[in-house]
Design a binder for this molecule. Structure first.
Ligand code: RET
Length: 244
């Protein structure tokens, strides 16, 4: 197969990272499941959402570690093809988990349902245009879809720092202050995903193994670390109250 000429474009030792992240996500899931069962029913929703975020990531990492959910795409040109491993399994994971991460944050902010729905639609546009960019065989198409995906991300960020921020402060200074911190962290971490895409899946500048490590670090920060921080720093008035 042609990819054997370009060993840096396919995984050598990346599977080890995939198994490590699977373990981290699995342990986190057990932990968040336990905290969700211990939380009082009215405060349980944010715990359950965080549990599903790490559980879905664990499934996706298990798939990738066992060798499915990937394909080869050309990051070279027609005349100088450079087939490169592309893990589309990530995008199936992100299609579920990034809306759930936003949901977690909007629970804290107390955003109206209509605005939550719009945010989630924009998020799905971001992930779907992103996976099209990943598979697109033509440069114009690939970078065009990459740009559409970035526009969706910028739009999400604008919503979070404008209306999200002001609704959070309506719930009180404690909720507002926490929202400021966690939303800033989200903006920084999420903005590194398109950078990783451009260096890895887009141009093949970083090796396939470095790509796995890059996304591994981002995923662990964006899911269990960020999720636990939000969950345990949220004061009672920052939880969505479910009727008894
Ligand atoms: C893509 C494609 C290129 C353009 C942009 C992207 C954004 C991806 C993001 C992913 C976030 C993932 C998270 C995962 C959790 O672990 C799809 C790479 C803008 C923002 C938070």
């Amino acid at each position: 197969p042609p990819h054997l000429h370009h060993p840096e474009q396919s995984t050598q030792y990346g599977h080890t990272y995939l198994w490590v992240v699977f373990a981290i996500m699995a342990v986190s899931s057990v932990f968040f499941f336990i905290t969700s069962q211990r939380a009082s029913y009215r405060y349980r929703l944010m715990h359950t959402t965080t549990f599903f975020i790490t559980a879905i990531a664990a499934l996706s990492y298990f798939a990738m570690a066992t060798g499915v959910g990937k394909d080869f795409v050309n990051v070279g040109t027609k005349n100088d093809p450079r087939p490169r491993e592309f893990f589309y399994a990530r995008y199936i994971d992100w299609a579920f988990t990034t809306p759930l991460l936003l949901l977690d944050l909007t629970f804290l902010a107390g955003l109206p349902v209509a605005e939550i729905i719009v945010l989630i639609i924009a998020d799905l546009v971001m992930i779907i245009t992103g996976v099209i960019a990943g598979f697109h065989p033509v440069k114009t198409g690939k970078w065009g879809f990459f740009a559409f995906s970035c526009i969706a991300l910028v739009w999400i960020i604008i919503q979070l720092v404008t209306s999200g921020r002001s609704t959070a402060f309506h719930r009180g200074p404690k909720v507002g202050g926490l929202y400021n911190q966690v939303s800033l962290a989200l903006v920084v971490v999420w903005s590194l995903y398109p950078v990783a895409f451009a260096l890895c899946e887009g141009t093949g500048k970083l090796s396939a193994d470095k790509e796995i490590l890059f996304f591994a670090i981002l995923d662990v920060i964006a899911k269990p670390v960020w999720g636990a921080w939000l969950l345990f720093a949220t004061p009672d008035e920052g939880h969505v109250l479910v009727p008894e």
